[in-house]
Design a protein around this ligand. Structure first.
Ligand code: GZL
Length: 361
């Protein structure tokens, strides 16, 4: 008999969100936070939290997760790929925190293959992993892996790239930046920088299609574009989060438009750095002829902002394994977890890059 959770008693969490749109909670600190008797924020309070908090288990029963003891904890981490600095730092951070806290962890890499990720998760279960953390290659394609875990009651925590399933039914919770808010920040930055233009010619360089990060970064950006009404999307094309691919795409775009692009919105900094090289090769002056906005907050991007070859970025730290392990420990101790924990993001440009430098990676 699975009790439907109507009112989750949630942890009193150190709210680090500074985003008005953040909505989700955040989990901080070294030890499991004290319990607090406050009402779980309704899904619509988590405005901007992508779809993570929008799909509460309306009618279906919540899954009865079987949490191990801390002593028996064996985390299985299914990583989407290691094709970017972001992903490598993310995996290293998970290993670091597991080692520091004395937990067993097995990390596998799907190398960007959604089908392979399903067999990766099956392999983790076969190795005895009793809590599964997943960074999904594809928010839909991951579902069979979630079903396998659900059958066994093995708790699943989504991390950094989510699932399109139902929180509380298909997975326990989702730790991530608020990608919709990131897209909004990028749109607002470009709208402000191009306030003198009647029409803003925009090239949107997208990440790996199918990920919830890409869907929501685009969604938040288009929300602002629709509101402003003067964004002309000359190009919307994926470059798969790759710097070299983005440089090629941007070179083609600049050639086909005769350099007539006012702003590039890139779904991550690796691509923004590639676009910047293409713009400079085409003789364009960044922040005069064209603006380039990325997402992630890499140190390399902060340096590019300082030397004027990137206009702005929004931080999206890969280093939040502490919060994920705090969530696992809270689950083990019997606390009801929220469906979404937003990691703090900050827009960075030449006006505040020095004060935010330590948020980089
Ligand atoms: C965001 C993460 C994204 C980064 C990219 O949570 O999934 O994937 O922003 C990375 O740099 O490739």
């Amino acid at each position: 008999m699975v009790m439907k959770k109507v009112l989750a008693v949630i942890l009193s969490l150190t709210m680090i969100c500074s985003l008005a749109a953040c909505g989700g909670a955040s989990m901080e600190g070294e030890t499991a936070p004290e319990q607090a008797k406050t009402e779980a924020p309704a899904a619509d309070n988590a405005e901007g939290a992508g779809s993570a908090a929008d799909t509460q288990p309306a009618s279906g029963d919540a899954t009865e997760w079987v949490w191990p003891s801390k002593e028996e904890l064996h985390v299985g981490y299914s990583q989407a790929d290691l094709a970017s600095t972001w992903r490598t730092v993310e995996s290293d951070d998970m290993q670091r925190v597991a080692d520091e806290r004395g937990y067993k962890i097995t990390i596998v890499n799907a190398e960007g293959d959604a089908e392979r990720q399903i067999s990766d998760v099956e392999s983790l279960l076969a190795q005895g992993c009793n809590v599964i953390v997943i960074t999904a290659v594809d928010g839909d394609a991951i579902q069979p892996a979630l079903d396998k875990c659900k059958e066994k009651g093995v708790p699943v925590i989504m991390k950094a790239r989510g699932s399109n399933g139902v929180p509380g039914v298909d997975y326990v919770t989702f730790f991530s930046s608020d990608f919709v808010a990131e897209g909004r920040y990028a749109g607002e930055w470009i709208a402000k920088a191009c306030a003198d233009k009647e029409t803003i010619k925009v090239a949107e360089i997208q990440g790996i299609l199918g990920g919830t990060d890409v869907r929501d970064r685009s969604g938040g950006f288009h929300e602002v574009a629709d509101k402003e009404g003067n964004f002309d999307f000359v190009v919307e094309q994926t470059a798969n989060f790759s710097r070299t691919e983005a440089q090629e795409v941007a070179a083609n775009v600049l050639q086909s438009t005769n350099g007539e692009i006012d702003a590039f919105y890139c779904h991550n900094d690796e691509m923004a750095l590639g676009v910047s090289l293409a713009c400079q090769s085409a003789g364009l002056k960044v922040n005069e002829d064209v603006y380039i906005v990325g997402v992630d907050g890499m140190y390399e991007t902060f340096e590019a902002i300082k030397d004027g070859t990137i206009s702005a970025t929004i931080t999206c730290t890969p280093k939040f394994a502490e919060q994920v392990f705090n969530g696992i420990e809270a689950g083990i101790s019997g606390e009801a977890l929220e469906t979404f924990y937003a990691i703090e993001d900050v827009p960075v440009d030449a006006t505040n890059v020095d004060e935010n430098y330590d948020l980089g990676f």
